[in-house]
Design a protein around this ligand. Structure first.
Ligand code: KIV
Length: 290
């Protein structure tokens, strides 16, 4: 799988951090590598991750960025929507992911209620994710309505990934899980995309928008677009890991391709373990101490 290019130490613009130990080199994905990838036509890949184990696996496989999404509300905490999840709940998950990776850029999702009242609140939340969780960037939802928040966070030196189209934190306002940017909505989507770019976002997630509109936004923007149900003509693809790996119970959105059926693998393993314990087949002598 091609990875977005990070120059080797000899050709890097970034010098080795003298405080980071002898082996530390400029090998991390940085926001400028996103920009380079767009210019070179190399696709960017992202997955959500909420824990150390998956973060290690995805990082070692060459996934370029890991999003500690507020989808943890559904996939870790079992809420029906992402709305109840809090900063205090996401910080430990983000810290676990950030500690596990050596290459991927770790993006912390700012949950509902942690940035809407204005730029100062938004900056305070972003600082918590950078300081207490060692995230490398933050993500927040909204186009025009969030531009002041984005601009304030970016001016403090914190990279921001924007998120427009279907924004799950507004699902009640949007009237459910609805495709955004159809018909007259296409102009609004383009306006939102330009607003977040002008505010300083380094990339923008386009969720559940028609492919042709996503292609147009991608053409119009200098920053990379990351699609979640936005078709093939974007600069990168992001998936929720529990969906792509077949952990999610029941229906998954149309845009998800399931690359494994981890739910049935795990379920079979658990049943086998239970049977073995019930029948006395486990533990065997090889699992027991003298
Ligand atoms: O929280 C999340 O997983 C997300 C993606 C769906 C974009 O925001």
């Amino acid at each position: 799988m091609p990875e977005i290019p990070i120059p080797d130490a000899a050709n890097a613009v970034e010098v080795q951090n003298p405080y980071a130990g002898a082996t530390a080199g400029p090998k991390r994905v940085r926001t400028r590598h996103f920009q380079n990838a767009k210019q070179q036509g190399i696709s960017i890949t992202g997955l959500t991750s909420y824990d150390m184990m998956t973060a290690q696996i995805f990082d070692q496989a060459g996934i370029d960025f890991l999003l500690v999404g507020d989808s943890a509300g559904n996939n870790v905490f079992g809420y029906e929507t992402t709305l109840p999840v809090t900063v205090d709940e996401l910080i430990p998950l983000t810290r676990a992911v950030a500690r596990a990776v050596t290459r991927a850029l770790v993006v912390a999702d700012m949950p509902f209620g942690s940035y809407e009242t204005g730029p100062s609140e938004a900056l305070r939340t972003a600082v918590r994710f950078m300081k207490e969780a060692q995230a490398h960037a933050v993500k927040l939802e909204g186009g025009v309505r969030s531009r002041k928040q984005i601009s304030r966070i970016v001016s403090a030196g914190i990279p921001v990934m924007a998120h427009i189209g279907f924004t799950p934190q507004s699902e009640h306002g949007l009237g459910g899980h609805m495709i955004q940017g159809r018909g007259a909505g296409a102009d609004q989507l383009i306006t939102d995309a330009l607003a977040v770019q002008d505010a300083g976002a380094f990339a923008v997630v386009l969720e559940m928008v028609p492919s042709a509109v996503a292609a147009e936004v991608t053409k119009r923007l200098e920053i990379p677009t990351i699609g979640v149900g936005a078709g093939p003509d974007v600069d990168g693809q992001l998936m929720v890991w529990t969906d792509f790996a077949g952990m999610t119970e029941g229906r998954v959105p149309r845009f998800v391709r399931q690359y494994a059926n981890m739910r049935s693998v795990l379920s079979d393993a658990v049943r086998a373990f239970k049977d073995d314990v019930d029948t006395g087949a486990y533990p065997g002598p090889e699992h027991s101490y003298e």
